[in-house]
Design a protein around this ligand. Sequence first.
Ligand code: MN
Length: 149
Amino acid sequence: MALEEYKKLRDFEKTTEPKGGTKKGAGTIFVVHEHNATRLHYDLRLEMGGVLRSWAVPKEPPDTEGVKRLAIQTEDHPIEYADFEGSIPEGMYGAGTVRIWDKGRVTIEEEKDDELLFELAGRRLNGKYALIKTRFRGKESWLFFKRKS
Ligand code: MN
């Protein structure tokens, strides 16, 4: 159900992105994709409820406290997407190149409609983080930042 939007946006005859829907996560994965599309951005994905909840972050994710990044929530992605790297063909949704910028484990500490507290253990991103909903740019806007450990 959660992946309907993901599937609707893609033509799996043309893109090598995973179709998804079957594989259960072995744990609690997080991944950050560097997505060189119309604009370079970073896609933060957290494994929650059997899917990767996803946010597009226009600037590099912070590895220190005191930097707040806008994060626009996008469609849930299948768990398999955590391993995806490659090119999405011209004309397709998200056309451009995708590579893994960071990957590791996420521990969800608190989950509310407008607030997510979690801890990341990755290569670049480590420590306590938050996603807090903001009205800054429409209803899908969140702020993403590192908290005091
Ligand atoms: Mn993207």
